[in-house]
Ligand binder design. Structure first.
Ligand code: IMP
Length: 453
């Protein structure tokens, strides 16, 4: 069977921990979209591992697959694999031949375009990993795929077509001087060697076929979504989105399996007990602000929720795994979550970071929006309208700081009563049971109510 893990908010919901927890029963863990813009931290036997590309299951002897919907930076891939090897692990990672390759010029172009937008509200605040430019080339039918790296003639031909275009774009449109990142010979040399390494290690697969065979053999396959629903290119708040589909539909298109395969399994929405966002865009439940990211926020002037935002940011360690940037912080946003529940069809929920909110007198939730005098229970389709939404808040009584390891060991009923009321509200509103509750960073600090397999 399959279990799909999807971020229900803006990314950084703590998916890695849940993939790790439920991945225990999986034989194969597959990423179906995104690239090294993701960041997951997994704690295994007291050791912390930070990964941005390799599926986190690979830390625990699972087969890790990067599906065709991913964009793969081979430098990152091999760096991560080599680092894991140096730490005594033997990760088994397979890469779809249909996945697209992030080339050095994609990263440069990502930076150039962000810079060009920096004076306007158009700046997305990307991770700078070349994700958007790579998906652009995929859609523009000028991309280079993992399979192309295995055939030097095809690789050369594709590079000779595309690289002069990229060079002209950088130099003639943006007026930026280019170096070996835009040089056909240099790129050919490096990427042909990468192709050799992939082939020698038998790392490439026809992802759909590979996964179908594993399922037919009775194995458990987990689909690991990166990022989150509200930064999905189709269902997120465009243009402040990533360029792929983190939503559950991506588990079909990004792996080569039918939608029925993911649809017949469990689809678990990962919810952070509050909200964070990296980069620009509206955030109706925002507390405090991050200068440069929060619209209209001036750090010197500050505002009256700054202290609370700082408290949550520190308690939750809310700094980007990939970039180290401080994340914007807000209360839980239910219209956002209702939208996510519809788009993804959650069969269960995992609510993370409940411990971070402990000790507050009260915990608020954006229950509904008001916009143009109307009450809305779900998100509007345009980002501009979303930015115009005001929140109607519900207030929950806070819960005390407790020994979370004990609570995790004792189970759901050991949670403080007010924390349970909060969880039950979320579950009722989204029409899905809570399968797991994260109350700390380690795997043992999770209350498991349901095993999805
Ligand atoms: P990109 O994916 O680097 O193109 O960035 C596009 C948007 O998605 C930016 O707002 C990023 O901050 C955001 N983003 C990308 N990956 C993640 C992630 O793993 N967590 C949270 N936000 C992300």
């Amino acid at each position: 069977m399959t279990v799909t893990i999807v971020g229900s908010q803006l990314g950084d919901e703590g998916k890695g921990g849940i993939v790790d927890l439920y991945g225990e029963e999986a034989d194969v863990v597959v990423r179906y979209q995104g690239g090294d813009n993701a960041g997951h931290t997994v704690v295994h036997e007291g050791e912390e591992y930070k990964l941005s590309l390799v599926p986190s299951g690979a830390i625990r002897d699972k087969v890790g697959v990067l599906g065709n919907g991913c964009v793969v930076n081979p430098r990152t891939l091999f760096d991560e694999i080599d680092t894991l090897r140096d730490r005594g692990l033997e990760p088994d990672v397979r890469v779809a031949r249909r996945a697209h390759v992030i080339l050095p010029y994609h990263r440069i172009l990502d930076g150039i375009e962000e810079e060009a937008k920096s004076e306007s509200d158009q700046k997305v605040g990307t991770t700078g990993r070349g994700i958007g430019p790579t998906y652009e080339d995929k859609a523009g039918r000028r991309g280079i795929r993992v399979g192309d790296l295995l055939d030097p003639d095809v690789l050369r031909e594709r590079l000779e077509y595309v690289v002069p275009q990229k060079r002209a774009l950088a130099e003639d449109v943006y007026g930026v001087e280019t170096g070996e990142e835009f040089d056909v010979d240099a790129l050919y040399e490096e990427f042909q060697e990468i192709g050799e390494r992939l082939a020698e290690n038998d790392m490439t697969v026809n992802a759909g076929e590979f996964l179908d065979d594993r399922l037919a053999a009775g194995e458990n396959v987990m689909f690991e979504g990166a990022q989150g629903t509200i930064i999905d290119i189709d269902h997120g708040n465009y243009p402040y989105v990533t360029s792929s589909n983190p939503t559950a539909g991506g588990a079909a298109t990004g792996t080569g399996l039918s939608p029925a395969v993911a649809g017949q399994g469990e689809i678990i929405g990962i919810v952070k007990a509050y909200l964070t966002r990296v980069g620009k865009g509206p955030l109706p439940t925002e507390l405090g602000g991050v200068e440069g990211d929060t619209p209209g926020y001036d750090a010197e002037a500050g505002n009256d929720t700054d202290e609370l935002a700082k408290y949550i940011r520190e308690e939750g360690g809310e700094y980007g795994t990939v970039t180290g940037r401080p994340r914007r912080v807000g209360w839980l946003d239910m219209p956002m979550l209702r939208h996510a529940a519809r788009v993804n069809g959650f069969t269960g929920l995992a609510v993370n970071h409940l411990d971070v909110l402990a000790g507050l007198d009260e915990v608020k939730v954006g229950h509904a929006y008001t916009v143009d005098g109307e009450t809305k229970l779900t998100m509007p389709a345009t980002t501009e309208q979303w930015g115009d939404c005001d929140c109607e808040f519900r207030v929950f009584e806070g819960w005390p700081e407790v020994d979370w390891a004990d609570v995790a060991a004792d189970g759901y009923d050991a949670l403080p009563e007010n924390a349970r009321a909060y969880l039950e509200y979320i579950s009722d509103e989204l029409g899905a049971p809570v399968y797991a509750i994260g109350v700390g960073p380690g795997r043992s600090e999770t209350i498991v109510c349901e095993q999805p397999w």
